[in-house]
Design a protein around this ligand. Structure first.
Ligand SMILES: [Fe+2]
Ligand SMILES: [Fe+2]
Length: 295
């Protein structure tokens, strides 16, 4: 591992020791969730149907309900990807020297993600929403991805998933109009994710551009496909059933919704400009990111 990554990892390890959370104890899980009937779970402008004719047809109560299911879907898909990430990081640690700070940080990150997965699962359960799972095919393809991905093909999609959700969580954690349970969970997640993002960015920066053109093309394309699949899986079509809409029709309306496309580009803007600086948004990757409305 390059020295620059190890130096950063050493700093991240000491910051993790000083500033980490145990959501089991740090969140008041007994606090009543139903006491805030008028608080949305996501800002309305980031709900997938916002601005469409279907949205106009929903009552205020249904809009809040849809925001709850979309947030729960993002949390469920997010925790699914955190489990994928744990496997990737465990494989990374398997190959590296356990005495190296970078290996120890990867192991620390697995610990963080273990707590996050349980925290998100608790939060979704408190909202009274079932776990939304990605489609069976994606679930099974991810099996192959997490068993084989390495280098930038491993770290770039991690970054994309982490930075998109991070931007959404930063937006809501201090917004008093958003449901307090969501703000509490987001505040904890943002602190620990900030370290994960720095580590993954350092890894991408250290590795991008080092391999030959063919491997680079392949890694960039795999990273883009995985990134687009995750971005697409964040909102499960069944969320629309919760407000009495046909999932196929509503999903199509969301995909074609310029507000939703703008929201996606906004949430991905920072990470996409970083990946572009690393030369990872070219050729087929660029087409894939554009079609996924990430650029
Ligand atoms: Fe996390
Ligand atoms: Fe993370």
């Amino acid at each position: 591992m390059p020295d620059s990554v190890d130096q950063l990892a050493a700093r991240l390890l000491s910051s993790s020791a000083k500033n980490s959370y145990d959501p089991e104890l740090d969140i008041d899980w007994a606090a009543p969730v139903d006491d805030f009937p008028d608080a949305p779970f996501l800002p309305f402008e980031h709900v997938s149907l916002y601005g469409t004719a279907l949205w106009d047809g929903l009552s205020h109560r249904q809009r809040i309900e849809l925001s709850k299911h979309e947030l729960a879907s993002v949390a469920s898909t997010g925790l699914w990807f955190e489990i994928v990430l744990m496997h990737l990081l465990a494989r990374y640690a398997y190959d590296e020297d356990p005495q190296a700070p970078s290996t120890q940080y990867a192991l620390t990150e697995i610990g963080d993600e273990t707590r996050h997965v349980i925290m998100f699962a608790h939060a979704v359960a408190r909202m009274g929403v079932p776990t939304y799972r990605p489609a069976r095919l994606i679930h099974n393809l991810a099996r192959v991805y997490k068993a084989t991905a390495r280098g930038t093909a491993m770290f770039a999609p991690i970054l994309l998933a982490e930075e998109i959700t991070d931007r959404l969580q930063r937006l809501t954690m201090n917004d008093e109009s958003i449901h307090p349970l969501v703000r509490m969970v987001n505040r904890i997640h943002v602190v620990e994710e900030a370290r994960h993002v720095r580590f993954a960015r350092a890894e991408v920066a250290a590795r991008a551009g080092r391999s030959g053109p063919l491997v680079r093309l392949l890694s960039n394309t795999v990273a883009a496909v995985v990134g687009a699949v995750i971005a697409d899986a964040l909102i499960h079509p069944d969320v629309y059933v919760a407000v009495g809409l046909d999932p196929r029709t509503a999903r199509r309306a969301a995909r074609e919704n310029p507000h939703h496309q703008r929201s996606r580009r906004f949430l991905a803007a920072r990470i996409m400009s970083f990946l572009a600086e690393q030369g990872m948004v070219r050729g087929p990757a660029r087409v894939i990111y554009r079609r996924a409305h990430l650029i």
